[in-house]
Each structure stands twice: as structure tokens, then as C-alpha cells.
Design a protein around this ligand. Structure first.
Ligand SMILES: [Ca+2]
Ligand SMILES: [Ca+2]
Length: 362
């Protein structure tokens, strides 16, 4: 009798737990997901592990240098780190802890035509201008709404700043929920310093990330991370204001993008799925369930820490080169690649250094 009672109690307990979890997922899941289409397996490249040959710059001194910028004279390299420092490397090899900002919210940066000025994306404050004489907020609102999750920025020769908002729904610290939800909440914004106005150029982007201008500045390329593609947005000419696909089916989610000296683009690709867990992106119910439990989110989002991939895409949208560290042995979670003086400089959210990669030997 006692054992029958125990079984009954156990069954009731399990049922209550099941009901509680179901209600939790049904009513408290932070996402309302769509199915996410992953790039075809055929788009992947055979690994070459060339990035395992990077030279480490500033090792131990840089906490997750997500983006890198170089001044116009190619004499100073800037980066923004997780502990809110803007640090810079001088030509003589010395590092300087240049400016400390508040919060832990710095992402994309770009140098300005104005000498000694850096424009910085702060995921809580908006767009910042940082110079020797201090820090000012250039813009923090668009159409009456606070700009959250500014991700990357580029300055055109007329002084206008083009920048991305990764997600208007989710913030930096739960960025993976935007991937799980797979609904487009990203934007491309423009800040005009002559009018001090900020406007929305593109809406409904799938995690708007890196932005770069073409060599002639007649179009802009913007990365949509979980759409595994980059768009071309025409700034001048017959197609002004129009959008077309620049490159699609990338073998990873594009993060930051930088114009190369030959007019092509370097794009860092993120491994946005964890190996073996790709199936979850095909099920709304599973995604809702995972999004409810932070530990599960960590497991399925951890693919970004497993490898590093960068590609070179020519101005015609063709992938011409690919370098990786497929085992994440030396560098992983590479978020940016910028070329100057025959080297690529690689930033990452998972390293304490900048990777310097010689292109001539590659
Ligand atoms: Ca940048
Ligand atoms: Ca980025």
C-alpha cells in the first residue's frame, strides 16, 4: 500500500512540475519566436586554421576588444574593451589607457576626419564623440525613442554618421534572445551633424551589426547577423535610397565589416549556433523553452566561443578569401577584421589581445 501511495505522490509531483514549467514557458518566455533559417551546409569552407598564426598584441591588457579603428595617418590603433576603456596603440608599440567611460556597454568605433576624435557606440547611451577634451553624447534618441544597442558606426566624408541598432527589443546582455526570437528588430540610422538630427534609414533588420562605406562612398554595406547576409544601401546615384543584397548565405553570422584598401570588405563571421544544437532553431516551442532558462541559453549560444572565421568579400559580393581558427585554439569569437599595412588586425569578445595577421604570408 505504502509503495502505491509513494508512486501516486511521485506522479502528482511530476505532473505539478510539468504544469509549472509549461505555464512558465507559455506565459513568461521572453520571446515570441519565428523559425530561423540557417545557411546551407554547402556554404561552409574547409578549415585552414590560418588564424592560428596571429601575433598577439597587448596580451593581458585588453578585455574583449570588440572593434578596432585606425586613424587616418595609420599611426594609432584604437579599441574599446569590456571594462569600458578606450585604449590605443602607438606606432612605437606602446599602449595607452586613453579614456575611461562609464558602464560596460561599448561596441563599434570609428575614427573621425576630425583629428584625435573617436566615435563610439554605447549600447545604453547612443552615439558618443570622444576626444582629448572629453566625451559628449552626439545622439541618444530617434523619433522620440531612446537608442538602445547601437552596434557599429562609420563616418562619411561629409561628416554624416551611419550606425546600426542591433535590436530595438533586446539589449546587449541578452543579445542571444534576438537570435532565438528571429524576428527583425534591427535598424540603420543616420546622424547628420549639420542639423543634429537622427533618422531611420532602414528598419526590420535581422540583428543589424557592422556598417562600412564603399570606396567611393556611393553605397553602404550593413550586416544582418542572424540573416547570414549583408545588404547594400545606396547613398548616391540612380538607386539612391534603394536596398539590395550584397552577399548572402554566409557561413556564419556577419559581425563587424571594414573596407579594405583594394575596395573589398573584411567581414568577421560568428558561429551563432552551437554544434549539435542547430535543431532548436527549427522549433518555436523549444526556442520558447530555452529562452526561459538562462543556463540553457548559454549552452546554445556558446558556439561563438568555439572558433574564429573571417572572409574577404569583393565589391561585386563574391567571397574571395577565408581564414579561420576552426578549433578556437589561438583566437575565437572574432568580431572584427581591419586591414592596413599588409596586416589584418583582429578584435574579439573572447580574447585579452588584438590579433595581428600578416596577409603577405597567407
Ligand atoms: Ca567599426
Ligand atoms: Ca558588432
Amino acid at each position: 500500500m505504502a509503495s502505491k501511495q509513494t508512486v501516486h505522490l511521485l506522479l502528482s509531483f511530476v505532473s505539478v512540475c510539468f504544469l509549472a514549467i509549461s505555464l512558465q514557458v507559455l506565459f513568461f518566455s521572453p520571446i515570441s519566436p519565428d523559425i530561423l533559417e540557417l545557411p546551407p551546409a554547402s556554404s561552409a569552407f574547409p578549415p585552414n586554421n590560418k588564424l592560428q598564426g596571429v601575433i598577439k598584441l597587448g596580451e593581458g591588457f585588453l578585455d574583449g576588444p570588440e572593434d578596432i579603428a585606425v586613424d587616418k595617418e595609420c599611426s594609432v590603433i584604437y579599441t574599446a574593451t569590456r571594462d569600458s576603456w578606450l585604449k590605443r596603440l602607438h606606432k612605437n608599440g606602446s599602449w595607452e589607457t586613453w579614456k575611461r567611460l562609464e558602464g560596460h556597454t561599448l561596441l563599434g568605433i570609428t575614427t573621425s576626419e576630425e583629428s584625435g576624435v573617436l566615435v563610439v557606440c554605447d549600447t545604453e547611451k547612443g552615439l558618443l564623440k570622444v576626444g582629448e577634451d572629453g566625451v559628449s553624447v552626439l545622439t541618444s534618441q530617434v523619433n522620440g525613442y531612446q537608442i538602445n544597442f547601437a552596434d557599429d558606426v562609420i563616418e562619411a566624408s561629409d561628416g554624416c554618421l551611419y550606425f546600426s541598432v542591433a535590436s530595438t527589443k533586446f539589449g546587449l546582455h541578452n543579445w542571444y534572445l534576438d537570435f532565438l526570437e528571429a524576428k527583425p528588430h534591427g535598424q540603420l540610422l543616420k546622424y547628420d551633424p549639420s542639423t543634429k538630427q537622427t533618422s531611420i534609414l532602414l528598419d526590420d533588420l535581422g540583428f543589424a551589426n557592422g556598417v562600412a562605406l564603399s570606396e567611393d562612398q556611393d553605397y553602404l554595406v550593413i550586416c544582418e547577423t542572424w540573416k547570414f547576409r549583408c545588404l547594400k544601401y545606396w547613398l548616391r546615384g540612380e538607386k539612391e535610397g534603394e536596398t539590395e543584397i550584397f552577399v548572402e548565405n554566409l557561413p556564419g553570422g556577419p559581425d563587424n565589416i571594414n573596407l579594405a584598401p583594394d575596395g573589398s570588405f573584411w567581414i568577421a563571421l560568428l558561429q551563432v549556433t552551437t554544434e549539435g544544437f542547430e535543431f532548436i532553431h527549427a522549433s518555436k516551442v523549444i526556442k520558447k523553452f530555452i529562452a526561459t532558462f538562462p543556463k540553457l541559453i548559454h549552452i546554445v549560444s556558446n558556439g561563438v566561443n568555439k572558433k574564429a572565421t573571417i572572409v574577404n568579400v569583393a565589391a561585386d559580393g563574391k567571397i574571395t578569401k577565408h581564414f579561420d581558427d576552426s578549433e578556437g585554439k589561438v583566437i575565437r569569437f572574432v568580431t572584427t577584421a581591419i586591414e592596413f599595412e599588409d596586416h589584418l588586425y583582429l578584435g574579439s569578445l573572447n580574447t585579452n589581445f588584438i590579433g595581428k595577421f600578416p596577409l603577405k604570408a597567407a
